[in-house]
Design a protein around this ligand. Sequence first.
Ligand code: PHE
Length: 341
Amino acid sequence: MKEELKKMREEALSRLKNAGSLDELEELRVGYLGKKGKMTAILREMGKLPAEERPVMGQLANQVRADIESCLGEVKKDLEEKAMEKRLEEETIDVTIPGKKVNLGHRHPMYIALDQVKEIFVGMGFDIIDGPEIELAEYNFDRLNAPEGHPSRDWSDTFYFDTDSRVMLRSQTSPMQVHAMETRKPPIRVVAPGRVYRKDEVDATHSPMFHQIEGLVIDKGITMADLKGTLNTVVESLYGKGTKTRFRPHHFPFTEPSCELDVQCHECGGVGCRVCKGEGWIELLGAGMVHPRVLEMSGIDPEVYSGWAFGIGLERMAMRRFNITDMRLIFENNIRFLEQF
Ligand code: PHE
């Protein structure tokens, strides 16, 4: 048994010293000192020895165990140091390598223009509100005084979800007028920017998805003069002091009277050119005094209150603001285009 212990010590020490990794070392430790290890097996045999031999063998066994343990400790420390060295070597950073270029995006010209408009309206005490793009025809049409059969409800212009034409992609931001009247009490002053959808072919001035910003004011004693004053202020802060506007009579089912606002062409100053198609003016928005029936349908007494509303096409507004001549550029998001603004 003595021989056996000594032989095991020699073997263990030499194998430990040759261990190549911490995993291998742990395997060896379990193999010798673990519950099912060789050391334990030998100690178990000790019970069979004559009583007088036991203390001597016990001492030797303890010594062997201590030797193995101390060797384990040393080799472990060694391997750990080597592992650390290797890691440090691998993780060295070469600070002289040139960095990767980070491509930052660029703010979109339409949102630059939108933020500017928002700021103007917030400055005048308006709230900015948001609403659904998937809309009920009830809000997009009925409660805006465009009853069943009205030409604007036609399937050829509108994206409906159902065969009864009740659920749709909103074709204008005007349903936000109804949402505002439903959730707020006069005085109401809101603007509502967002996407709208129409079955239009893509060309230089059309897209099946585009953006509008709706405005609505309702209070006592509101007149067309308030509408003109407010919109002229907006046009001047967008396009410069002294920019001329023209209010032209028009028709919308939800306003009476209705008008369209034209801005004098920035390119030719009103003489007529390619940009304004010879008109001298560029159409910017539709507006008007909120129809008494629209007020009534949303529970506001038209005998007490009056109001005005407008809807601006945002793409067109940004195009006029930054002299962009093709609407498709607005949606392509080519960084070389965007970086110009
Ligand atoms: N909704 C109208 C359009 O899309 C614009 C508009 C809004 C007109 C508000 C009058 C009042 O053309």
